[in-house]
Design a protein. Structure first.
Length: 277
């Protein structure tokens, strides 16, 4: 895959102690010496009045917790298509062209997919990956990167019917040959005993219905909280790091991968029943 960079998909916890270890590991694998040029792509939270605050806290984390790499943070305020801060505007997203470490995370997955699809922000990100930059996605951005994006906000906050919207198919666009659905917050328990918030807050029962709505042969990658799946340059396998596990549902099989273990990209190939070796 040429000089491709690393890809990391977080279930959550990108600014936790586990997240710091994962970022440290990824930045240690960059081929260039510090300082590391970090770009924070804010699109997933572009609809939020506090989007600046959300991503400034992430910038603070990078600058204070990863000082060995002397991160130089650029904010990519690509908030909404057709607006002043348009993700398709070169002037808005041009800092992506020099970034070595591109991060995007909190917000709405469907909003992110809708406002990034076909834009310079997405093209520049893909181009930088193929030139050796790392792409690191968490939470909403990770979900938006899949073949379909779950309507998390719409279902939970507005009572919309269960369903999926088109995602960005980013893994396919990166040339990895796979196009799964990606579900972060897989083991979320914020609802306590009174509300099942597993499977990215929708709960196990509703997620089972959502699985039935996917076209036949579409694999699912679930990533626990404070956990990430990492694909390093030159590798054909995702390494699981952090506090939890990864879960792959594909071709009638469900495979759980423990932290510290790896699973091949082939496990995410559509429509094939592949068991872990």
């Amino acid at each position: 895959m040429g000089n491709y960079g690393a890809l990391a998909l977080f279930g959550s916890g990108e600014t936790s102690s586990q997240g710091r270890k994962i970022h440290d590991y990824l930045m240690s694998n960059l081929t260039s010496a510090p300082p590391v040029r970090v770009a924070l792509l804010e699109t997933p939270a572009g609809f939020q009045p506090n989007v600046d605050f959300v991503y400034s806290k992430i910038a603070d984390f990078f600058e204070k917790s990863l000082q060995n790499f002397r991160p130089q943070v650029e904010y990519i305020r690509a908030w909404k298509r057709g607006a002043v801060q348009d993700p398709d505007s070169h002037d808005v997203v041009k800092a992506l062209l020099d970034a070595q470490y591109i991060f995007s995370g909190p917000g709405s997955p469907t909003y992110a997919a809708r406002n990034l699809r076909g834009t310079r922000a997405l093209r520049y990100t893909i181009g930088r990956y193929k030139e050796g930059a790392s792409i690191v996605l968490s939470s909403a951005a990770a979900l938006a990167a899949g073949r379909y994006a779950m309507r998390v906000y719409e279902i939970l906050k507005a009572g919309d019917d269960l369903g999926w919207d088109p995602g960005l198919s980013l893994l396919s666009e990166l040339g990895l040959g796979v196009d799964p659905v990606i579900v972060p917050h897989w083991n979320n328990k914020e609802g306590g005993d009174g509300l099942d918030t597993n499977r990215c807050y929708v709960g196990k029962d509703r997620f089972a219905q959502l699985l039935e709505m996917l076209p036949e042969g579409v694999p699912v990658l679930g990533i626990d909280e404070h956990t990430a799946c990492l694909l390093l340059p030159g590798s054909n396998a995702f390494k699981v790091m952090g506090a939890g596990e990864a879960t792959v549902i594909n071709g009638g099989e469900t495979v759980t991968i423990q932290t510290g273990d790896s699973f091949p990209l082939a496990l995410l190939a559509g429509g094939v029943a592949v068991k872990r070796p």
